[in-house]
Design a protein around this ligand. Structure first.
Ligand SMILES: *[C@@H]1O[C@H](CO)[C@@H](O)[C@H](O)[C@H]1NC(C)=O
Ligand SMILES: *[C@@H]1O[C@H](CO)[C@@H](O)[C@H](O)[C@H]1NC(C)=O
Ligand SMILES: *[C@@H]1O[C@H](CO)[C@@H](O)[C@H](O)[C@H]1NC(C)=O
Ligand SMILES: *[C@@H]1O[C@H](CO)[C@@H](O)[C@H](O)[C@H]1NC(C)=O
Ligand SMILES: *[C@@H]1O[C@H](CO)[C@@H](O)[C@H](O)[C@H]1NC(C)=O
Ligand SMILES: *[C@@H]1O[C@H](CO)[C@@H](O)[C@H](O)[C@H]1NC(C)=O
Ligand SMILES: *[C@@H]1O[C@H](CO)[C@@H](O)[C@H](O)[C@H]1NC(C)=O
Ligand SMILES: *[C@@H]1O[C@H](CO)[C@@H](O)[C@H](O)[C@H]1NC(C)=O
Ligand SMILES: *[C@@H]1O[C@H](CO)[C@@H](O)[C@H](O)[C@H]1NC(C)=O
Ligand SMILES: *[C@@H]1O[C@H](CO)[C@@H](O)[C@H](O)[C@H]1NC(C)=O
Ligand SMILES: *[C@@H]1O[C@H](CO)[C@@H](O)[C@H](O)[C@H]1NC(C)=O
Ligand SMILES: *[C@@H]1O[C@H](CO)[C@@H](O)[C@H](O)[C@H]1NC(C)=O
Length: 373
C-alpha cells in the first residue's frame, strides 16, 4: 500500500465499519504509526516519514535530515540535507525521488554554439538506483558522457546519430535519435556532458540541440517530438536507494538499542551499498523504523478472505466454518460446505443413532470391565 498517506483505500472501510470503536482514535493511531510525534509530517504534500526528519530529534542520523523551504516556494519544496537537491517523494520501501536537471548543447543555424549546460550531482550517502534509472541521450548529432567518482568510479558514454526525422522510432531508444545505458551499482555522483560532431549543421532543421539526463526509466519514453526541444522538459525524476546504518542485518541486530528495525518487522541487507532496510512483517503495515510502527492488518475487513467466519489475529487471520459445515473456510481454498448427511436420513435419526451407538458402546465397555474384575 502507499505508505505516504494516512487515509487510503485500505483503511477507509476499516474506519467506517468500526465507527463504534471511535474512528478518530483509529485515524490517529494510523498516523502515529507513520510519523514521529512532534515532528514535521509533511512539506506541502510530500510526506516525511521517520527515519527522515527536519530536525535533530526527528531523524535517525545526519543523512536523513531534510529541509523544507516554505518561505521561498509555494507550494513548499523539500531538499535533501542542506543541499539544493530537491526531493519529490520519499517511500518507506527504501526509495526516494529527486529532481535532476537535463544537460544540453544547442546551436544556431550557422553551427555556432548558442547555449550549453553540463549537469553535476553529488550525493552524500544514498546511491542512484541501478535498477530504476537509465542514462539517456537525445539528438541526431550527439554523444553524451557520464562520469562519477563518489562511491563507484566510472566513465561511460553513448552515441546517437541520424539524418532524417522519419528514421526515428517512437518509444525506441536504441541509437537512432536516442540512446540509453544502465547505471552501475553504488553511484553517488555523476557529471553529465553532451556534445556533437558537426554542431547539428546537417540536422538543424529538426534537431538543433543534444540532450542528456539520468531519469527514472518509467518517466521517459522517447518520441520524435523530443528532437525539436525535448518538449520543454528540463527536469526528470531520479530514484535514489536509501538504507540505514553501515552494517549488515546480522551485525546490526547485535545492538538492539541502535537496531533500526522495530517490533513486527524484518531486516533486509541493502544491495546497493552498505547498510540495511526494514520492512513490516507479513500481516503488518506501517513504519518499521518507529517503535510500534508496524500495526496489524485486519485481513477480515480488508480482503475478506474467509467464506463464512473470519477471526483477525496478530499478523494473520483464521477462517473457520460454523457447526454443520466443513472445509478450510477460505474463499480461495475449499470454503465451507454443508456436512454431507449419510443415507439421506433426517439429522434426528442420526443423532438418535449416535446416542444408541454410544450407549451400546458404554454397555459393552462396562461388561468387559465387569468381566475383568
Ligand atoms: C503533490 O502535488 C503535486 C501537484 O499538486 C503533484 O504533481 C504531486 O504528485 C504531489 N505529490 C505527492 C507526493 O502526492
Ligand atoms: C529557501 O530558499 C531560499 C532560496 O534558495 C534561500 O535563500 C532561503 O534561505 C531558504 N530558506 C530556508 C529556510 O532554507
Ligand atoms: C562547432 O562549434 C564550435 C564552437 O562554437 C566551433 O569551435 C567549431 O569550429 C564548430 N565546428 C564545426 C564543425 O562547425
Ligand atoms: C565532476 O565535475 C566537478 C566540477 O567540474 C569536478 O570537480 C569533478 O572532478 C568531476 N568528476 C568527474 C568524475 O569527472
Ligand atoms: C512509449 O511510446 C510508444 C509509442 O508512442 C508506445 O507504443 C509505448 O507503449 C510507450 N511506452 C510506455 C512505457 O509508455
Ligand atoms: C511520434 O508520436 C508523435 C505523437 O505522439 C507523433 O506526432 C509523431 O509523428 C510520431 N513520430 C513517429 C516517427 O512516428
Ligand atoms: C515549449 O515552449 C515553447 C516556447 O516557450 C512553446 O512555444 C511550445 O509550445 C512549448 N512546447 C511544449 C510541447 O510545451
Ligand atoms: C549500541 O548502540 C548504542 C546507541 O547507538 C551505543 O551507545 C552503544 O555504544 C552500542 N553498544 C555496542 C556494544 O556497540
Ligand atoms: C516488504 O514487504 C512487502 C509486503 O510484505 C513485500 O511486498 C516487499 O517485497 C518486502 N520488501 C523487501 C525488501 O523484502
Ligand atoms: C481457528 O479457529 C478454529 C475454530 O474457531 C479454532 O479451533 C482454532 O484453534 C483457531 N486457530 C487459531 C490459530 O486460533
Ligand atoms: C489463498 O490465499 C492465501 C493468501 O493470499 C495464500 O497464502 C494461500 O496459499 C492461498 N491458498 C490457495 C489454496 O490458493
Ligand atoms: C462461499 O460462500 C458463498 C455464499 O456465501 C457460496 O456461494 C460459495 O460457493 C462459497 N465458496 C466456497 C469456495 O465455498
Amino acid at each position: 500500500m502507499p505508505e505516504n498517506l494516512p487515509l487510503t483505500m485500505y483503511n477507509l472501510p476499516l474506519i467506517f465499519l468500526q465507527l463504534n470503536l471511535g474512528w478518530v482514535l483509529l485515524v490517529a493511531s494510523f498516523a502515529a504509526a507513520q510519523f514521529m510525534p512532534g515532528c514535521l509530517d509533511y512539506c506541502g504534500n510530500i510526506s516525511i516519514p521517520y527515519p527522515f526528519g527536519t530536525s535533530k530529534e526527528c531523524y535517525v542520523e545526519e543523512h536523513f535530515l531534510v529541509t523544507c523551504n516554505d518561505t521561498h516556494y509555494d507550494p513548499p519544496k523539500l531538499f535533501l540535507t542542506t543541499s539544493d537537491i530537491e526531493i519529490i517523494d520519499i517511500h518507506l520501501s527504501g526509495q526516494l525521488r529527486i529532481s535532476s536537471e537535463v544537460a544540453y548543447d544547442c546551436f544556431n543555424e550557422g553551427g555556432v554554439l548558442e547555449d550549453y549546460s553540463d549537469e553535476r550531482t553529488r550525493l552524500a550517502k544514498f546511491p542512484v538506483s541501478n535498477t530504476r534509472n537509465k542514462f539517456t541521450a537525445v539528438g541526431c548529432d550527439s554523444y553524451a558522457v557520464i562520469s562519477g567518482s563518489q562511491g563507484q568510479k566510472y566513465d561511460m558514454g553513448c552515441l546517437s546519430l541520424c539524418d532524417n526525422i522519419n528514421n526515428v522510432i517512437n518509444g525506441s531508444c536504441s541509437g537512432i535519435g536516442c540512446c540509453q545505458m544502465s547505471i552501475p551499482k553504488g553511484v553517488r555522483s555523476f557529471n553529465i556532458s553532451v556534445r556533437s560532431y558537426d554542431n547539428h549543421t546537417l540536422v538543424w532543421n529538426f534537431n538543433p540541440c543534444s540532450y542528456a539526463f539520468v531519469a527514472e526509466e518509467a518517466s521517459y519514453n522517447f518520441s520524435s517530438l523530443d528532437l525539436a526541444n525535448l518538449q520543454n522538459r528540463t527536469m526528470f525524476p531520479v530514484v535514489l536507494d536509501w538504507s540505514v546504518g553501515d552494517q549488515t542485518c546480522a551485525e546490526a541486530k547485535n545492538n538492539l538499542s541502535s537496531f533500526a528495525c522495530k517490533a513486527n518487522s524484518d531486516c533486509h541487507d541493502f544491495d546497493n551499498g552498505p547498510g540495511y532496510r526494514c520492512n513490516c512483517s507479513q500481516g503488518y503495515e506501517g513504519n518499521p523504523y518507529l517503535p510500534n510502527g508496524c500495526i496489524d492488518i485486519n485481513e477480515c475487513i480488508i480482503s475478506s478472505p474467509c467464506n463464512m467466519t473470519c477471526q483477525n489475529l496478530p499478523g494473520t487471520y483464521n477462517c473457520s466454518c460454523p457447526e454443520g459445515y466443513e472445509g478450510d473456510g477460505r474463499k480461495n481454498g475449499s470454503g465451507c460446505g454443508l456436512v454431507p448427511v449419510p443415507n439421506h436420513g433426517l439429522p434426528v435419526i442420526n443423532i438418535a443413532l449416535g446416542i444408541s451407538t454410544s450407549i451400546s458402546g458404554l454397555l459393552l465397555g462396562g461388561s468387559w470391565l465387569y468381566l475383568g474384575i
